[in-house]
Ligand binder design. Sequence first.
Ligand code: AMP
Length: 281
Amino acid sequence: MYLFKKISGLRQFLESYRSKNRAIGFVPTMGALHKGHLSLIEQSLASTQCTVGSIFVNPTQFNEAADLEKYPRAPAQDLAMLYKAGCHAVFMPSPEEVYPQGLDTSVALDFGALSKPMEGKFRPGHFDGVAQVVKRLLDIVEPDKLFMGQKDYQQYLIVRHMAQALSLPTEVVVCPIVREKNGLAMSSRNERLSPEQREQAAALYQTLQQVEKWMGKHPPREVEQKALQALQQPGLEPEYFQLVDGQALQPVSDYESPTSIVACAAIWVGGVRLIDNMILK
Ligand code: AMP
């Protein structure tokens, strides 16, 4: 496995694959890796000839300085995990390498309704930062396939929209959510939870499972209310719980007309914000 901190070295390495028409898969991450990240690496290894992982805690997607500062970092452990997984190359750039002075890396794209609800509403500016860093990393790596987790469902739709709107030559592949034994979606942020909080946080997945059963029996708004009530537990503070159309992210008003329906939620556990979702239809 090769580790690159500079764009020039990485591009030279990738050229040896590209010139032989070997497909390149890319898995961007913010590090503090877990089995969810590794599942993306595995998917890439299974369907491309060269897998590049990146570790970069992107400052432009954090809407709170304290959140950025507290974001878990474990570079040595991350590299060991990627090596063991069989990753071909890791890109670990500095902020200056990604955002050099004088280079306009902003993405002037209107994401319309996709960026307005849920994460867009509660984390203003977040998706502008996500689009900026993903576009910049795609420009650097130029992968054939980009692997993203369903865990960040809205982020996946935003990036897919960007790839389509800018006619990027990269296929965006979405990968299923990997969970802890108790159902809690794996997340780097879970590292900030105590063992007791991890158990409490499992209520989010249990509620998503409950919603699957309520669906069809109660109207969508009522299901959302019931879910929010179910999450009113000691140590938990729900932020939103929404049943949305799986393509446009608009609230669904019935269960028949949308072709896909996703339940999306964010909760606070102590000072840690967690998101999760479930594809219901
Ligand atoms: P992050 O490091 O949190 O920015 O995540 C990097 C990538 O891993 C994103 O595409 C996430 O959606 C994905 N990811 C994060 N957690 C999980 C999980 N539990 N299962 C599958 N993919 C995940």
